[in-house]
Design a protein around this ligand. Sequence first.
Ligand code: FES
Length: 155
Amino acid sequence: MQVSITVNGAARVDDVEPRTLLAYYLRDTRDLRATNIGCDTSSCGACTVHVDGDAVKSSTVLAVQVDGTSVTTLEGLADGAELHPVQAAFRAEHALQCGFCTPGMVLAAVALLARNASPSEREIRDGLEGNLCRCTGYHNIVRAILTAAEAMAST
Ligand code: FES
């Protein structure tokens, strides 16, 4: 089947098999490897991307289901050499250990801050409950999102 999907601002038409998951379309067809696949149970969130601005687990939707949409992956967040404030905060607060969950965490955090620009620690923890860190590095991740919220509020 043909799909027309804009990824990180680049529109393209591709032939995909109807069973192709969005995560595999991004990794294999668009060659964007930041989107990780960490489970086959829809539980880990490592595959989180944005579809028309909403955080979506890309292993839970088919590429054909997002035909006509605009998808953002981690590769599309930075503005040239300038990191997105959430990326910068993850770096500043060392909000990663092995890094496998980081792309999904960052995209989930960006979507969370778009819904709630000044979340409490509790709201961040609740908002990220669909994203698992296998290193259990949640403390620094939450701190990074609080830092990012402050940085984004002051710009
Ligand atoms: S790989 Fe998509 S939720 Fe785990």
